[in-house]
Design a protein around this ligand. Structure first.
Ligand code: B1M
Length: 218
């Protein structure tokens, strides 16, 4: 048996959602073969998830396949996360605070965004659904979030995103980029309410988060 990780195989297993295999390989590469956690995370997991994101964006993969791939990603992260938080070997791409706004219980899209962001190396804090401005603000402070994402699926709840942005500013958190998305949300609406960014799918959301993180650290 070779002791050189086969990351192309690992990417393929992740793409096809083989959670058990991903768990086994992650454990083997890190614990038995002593490969650096950063290498396994970036070359084995994040690289695989990046292809999933790209293919989702291009309508080659659909929601169920992405959810299955994300579950495989989670199986690998289960091993990696505790090591990362102890070693500090890999700095997260940012801390993403994500929630569906007040009055809205739709969370499938939000969960996809969270999974993709985790796949791209973000530490993700998901405050769930029906989240009001106070909940967003408290969680941003508690987790020292570096970026905020809001989801809304109803035309009756999307307006609440403006309230969160306004309250974030009033709480002295105007420097944290506020991003928005969800089926009824558009770039025009995002501009109107003063959001820092809008994305219409989960893969684009991750690209947006990475761009905003680059811009804020420059
Ligand atoms: Co609801 N529902 N629903 N629903 N539901 C819609 C949204 C609706 C369009 C159906 C319709 O009438 N055709 C309609 C909204 C109409 C409108 O406002 N314009 C609607 C309605 C009316 C309702 C209720 C009011 C129905 C009722 O009770 N009378 C009710 C409201 C409950 C509430 O929230 N208070 C309700 C309830 C429900 C269920 C609970 C049954 C269920 C939700 C289950 C759940 O989420 N756990 C549900 C579902 C499943 C839907 C549909 C069928 C599917 C939504 C979905 O998950 N899409 C939806 C109709 C439809 O879209 N075909 C509908 C898949 C998901 C991957 O896409 O969420 O758009 P989406 O996320 C995408 C992007 O938008 C983006 O990335 C994701 C992945 O690419 N994205 C972001 C999402 N959030 C982002 C955040 C970002 C960036 C990108 O931040 C930066």
């Amino acid at each position: 048996m070779s002791d050189r990780p086969d990351y192309a195989e690992m990417n393929q297993l992740l793409y096809t959602g083989k959670a058990k295999d991903i768990h086994t390989l992650t454990e083997r590469y890190i614990h038995e073969w002593k490969r650096p956690v950063k290498e396994v995370l970036e070359e084995g997991l994040i690289a695989g998830m990046a292809v999933v994101g790209e293919d989702f964006k291009n309508n080659i993969l659909y929601v169920p396949e992405v959810l299955i791939a994300a579950r495989a990603m989670k199986a690998g992260m289960k091993i990696i996360r505790p090591i990362l938080s102890e070693s500090g070997e890999v700095q997260p791409a940012g801390v993403l605070l994500m929630g569906t706004v007040k009055g809205d219980l739709h969370d499938i899209g939000k969960n996809l965004v969270c999974m993709m962001a985790e796949g791209a190396g973000f530490e993700v804090v998901d405050i769930g659904v029906d989240a009001n401005a106070e909940m967003f603000i408290e969680a941003v402070k508690e987790h020292q979030a570096t970026i905020l994402g809001m989801s809304a699926l109803l035309t009756t709840t999307m307006g609440y995103m403006a309230k969160v942005i306004e309250e974030m500013g009033a709480a002295g958190l105007g420097h944290i980029p506020c991003t928005v998305g969800g089926a009824p949300v558009t770039q025009m609406f995002a501009d109107e309410i003063g959001a820092d960014g809008y994305a219409d799918d989960a893969a684009s959301a991750v690209e947006l988060f990475l761009e905003l993180m680059k811009a804020t650290s420059a």
